[in-house]
Ligand binder design. Structure first.
Ligand code: PRX
Length: 662
């Protein structure tokens, strides 16, 4: 029998050897939402560009000024405009598209629901009324700690309906993380579920919420949605069931008028310090930024597309591209509750086939996991409905890109590799699928109107062909406005490194390394803290990982720079092999040579540890700092966000016995 991994690998190798450029397929470009490169010139005056885009929304009062940048780095967009984002996401679609499906939802156990725009509008109004009855008024913060159920977008929108900023805490976080976030934001109400389904088991959300809330004096009420039916303790006077207080409410509620700069939500994200930062997003600019990028980048045709962003609403990707952007565009989305391998490893492809998904947006780590599982799972399904693919969250190595292109996209679908951050609110560097000739592994160019640069240590622009720090050089509408209750840290973290207030030059430092090739394509190299320095040479962990994954036996790899007396840092690699392959000393030598062959001798890993799995967060990001701790024989740092806790002990043991070349 032929080895499917080998077959795919050789297809990919053949394609790569033909050249690495991929123009939009001929059948795609002529019908694309954006099909003329002149959009980049038209957006050169970015304020005019965004003002034109803003015309398509419903405003209670129009703006007086597009951008107020008189007090940088604190921006105000669409100054003095009045609106409510839910009128743009819901009310305005009711007349023409009330019966249209907003969400096809699938629970992990297999239960299904379709929620129309009219139903979503009614549910949002009912919940908004219930929240008002629980004492929530404009400006009060509401924490949301739920699984991926349709009531989760409802909860975000109900808060927005009454002007209460939401603070969503990812449903996989621990009670400790939830507590810290609620306390920092001083939330008045928490919305949660009894539990959520994940990998066939009920995750105890309410139990965790109870542990958190017992130390959160600001919480007055906890609203609980029944999802799993598991036993929960309800605290008299504090906890109320959703089904007791929401269904009886009126199905309409006047939306609260908001200023363009009123806070829509906060979302905590990890920074370089242990304490998470509360990223603050406001209303009008965020709405315009997310809706326009969503429509242009994903080529949204609301009348025919079924769009699936397979992220979790607990992260910014879900906020911007499951909830606000798609709903503002009147788009039909798919939402899925659980993991991709329940009950089997073809769950994603089963969903794509059933709902005829036309646009799929997921993370490279998911793609690499799928590669490891093998092509037989997607091959079992009819994926012909797909017409566009997207990735986000981390640099995508060319081999994963090619696999996505060949095995999932069947060589018909453009791929948009989208770079952005919780802080940016919207996609910033990306192909436009009707225009851009893509190169596997490159996020290509800044979105129209977005200014991006690559600079050296001194903040000087690095000529094409060179690498350095990624910066953003112009304000953009969905940008974070500040860090909650910490404007100084906002300035310090993002605007102090490369700005020059004496010349009124304001440059946003993204924390990422990037290089531009000779044609100006941006290649993201990962967080700068993940860049290694080996004997004075800068080498990206990603480049080495990519080289390792390029080997036909390697499914996934993580690389870190561990302290080394001789070379400053030495490269330590952790490698998962495909299928049942076993690693041995001979393969270590082969892989070292393979990396040396791809990048240069300097990039040869000093040690390679074979492992069946890598430590990852619940959102699928590899926790390299834990690998660094293991490699440097330190006590492990914070492991609370680790999804697969057992793996790290296993790796520690393997690392202790692995041979080192240094
Ligand atoms: O390092 C970049 C990486 O993810 C970081 C932002 O993470 P977060 O705020 O959690 O938001 C993730 C989803 C928007 C960035 O600083 N990143 C995100 N997208 C890409 C990426 N790195 C390379 N290529 C991307 N497409």
């Amino acid at each position: 029998m032929s080895d499917p991994h080998r077959d795919v690998t050789s297809t990919i190798e053949a394609l790569l050897s033909e050249g690495r450029e991929f123009p939009p397929p001929e059948q795609f470009a002529p019908r694309a939402v954006v099909s003329s490169p002149s959009i980049y010139d038209e957006a050169e005056n970015f304020e005019d560009f965004w003002a034109r885009q803003a015309e398509q929304f419903v405003w209670r009062r129009p703006h007086r000024q597009v951008l107020d940048w008189s007090n940088p780095p604190f921006a105000r967009w669409f100054v003095d405009a009045k609106l409510n984002i839910t009128e743009n996401c819901l009310d305005r679609h009711l007349q023409s598209a009330g019966d249209k499906v907003a969400y096809y939802w699938e629970g992990e156990p297999g239960d299904r629901r379709a929620v129309t725009y009219a139903e979503l509008h009614s549910e949002v109004c009912r919940l908004a009324n219930a929240l008002a009855d629980l004492g929530v008024t404009k400006g009060d913060r509401v924490a949301i700690y739920m699984g991926m159920v349709p009531e989760l977008p409802t909860a975000l929108l109900a808060c927005a309906r009454i002007g209460a900023p939401h603070s969503v805490v990812f449903g996989g976080f621990s009670s400790e993380a939830l507590k810290d976030r609620i306390r920092d934001a001083e939330c008045k109400v928490l919305i949660t579920c009894d539990g959520s389904w994940r990998n066939g088991a009920a995750f105890p959300l309410k139990e965790y919420a109870d542990a958190a809330v017992s130390e959160c004096p600001s919480i007055e009420k906890v609203l609980v949605l029944r999802r799993t039916g598991q036993d929960v303790v309800m605290t008299e006077g504090r906890d109320v069931w959703w089904h007791d207080v929401v269904p009886g409410q009126p199905a309409s509620r006047e939306a609260t008028e908001m200023d363009s700069e009123d806070m829509l939500y906060m979302l905590y994200t990890s920074g370089t310090t242990a304490r998470p930062k509360g990223i603050v997003h406001t209303t009008a600019g965020y709405m315009v930024g997310t809706a326009v990028t969503h429509r242009f980048i994903f080529d949204i045709k609301p009348e025919s597309d079924v769009y699936w962003c397979a992220a979790d609403v607990g992260w910014v990707t879900g906020h911007s591209y499951i909830v606000y952007g798609p709903l503002a565009n009147g788009c039909t989305s798919v939402m899925y509750e659980g993991v991709p391998n329940y009950p089997d490893k073809d769950r994603f492809w089963d969903i794509v086939e059933r709902y005829k998904v036309s646009i799929l947006y997921t993370a490279p780590t998911t793609i690499r996991t799928m590669i490891r599982w093998g092509p037989e799972f997607p091959e079992k399904h009819d994926l012909s409905s797909l017409r566009l693919l997207g990735t986000v969250g981390e640099p995508i190595n060319p081999e994963a890109w090619m696999w996505y292109h060949t095995v999932i996209g069947r060589e018909r679908c453009p791929i948009v590799d989208t770079w952005w951050q919780t802080e940016t609110g919207m996609i910033m560097i990306t192909p436009l699928p009707g225009i851009t000739t893509t190169r596997p592994g490159s996020a290509t160019f800044p979105f129209p109107g977005v200014g991006a640069d690559v600079v050296d240590d001194q903040g000087r622009s690095v000529p094409l062909g060179g690498g350095g720090y990624l910066t953003l050089t112009r304000p953009w509408p969905a940008m974070l406005r500040t860090l909650y209750k910490d404007p100084d840290r906002y300035i310090e973290t993002y605007w102090s490194r490369f700005s020059d207030p004496s010349t009124n030059t304001w440059v946003y430092f993204a924390g990422d390394g990037a290089k531009r090739d000779d044609d100006g394509y941006f290649w993201l190299l990962g967080r700068v803290d993940d860049v290694m320095n080996i004997s004075g040479h800068r080498i990206s962990t990603l480049e080495v990982e990519s080289a390792l994954v390029d080997h036909p036996m390697v499914a996934e790899a993580a690389v870190i720079g561990r302290a080394d007396e001789r070379t400053g840092q030495a490269i330590a690699a952790f490698v998962c092999l495909k299928g049942d392959a076993q690693g041995d000393e001979a393969l270590i030598v082969t892989l070292r040579d393979h990396v040396a062959g791809k990048i240069g001798k300097i990039a040869r890993p000093a040690s390679i540890v074979f492992t069946p799995d890598l430590p990852k967060t619940r959102s699928g990001k590899i926790m390299r700092r834990l690998l660094k701790d293991v490699s440097e024989s330190r006590q492990l740092g914070d492991v609370t966000t680790l999804a697969n806790a057992a793996v790290i002990d296993d790796i520690t043991q393997r690392a202790a016995t692995a041979s080192r070349e240094d």
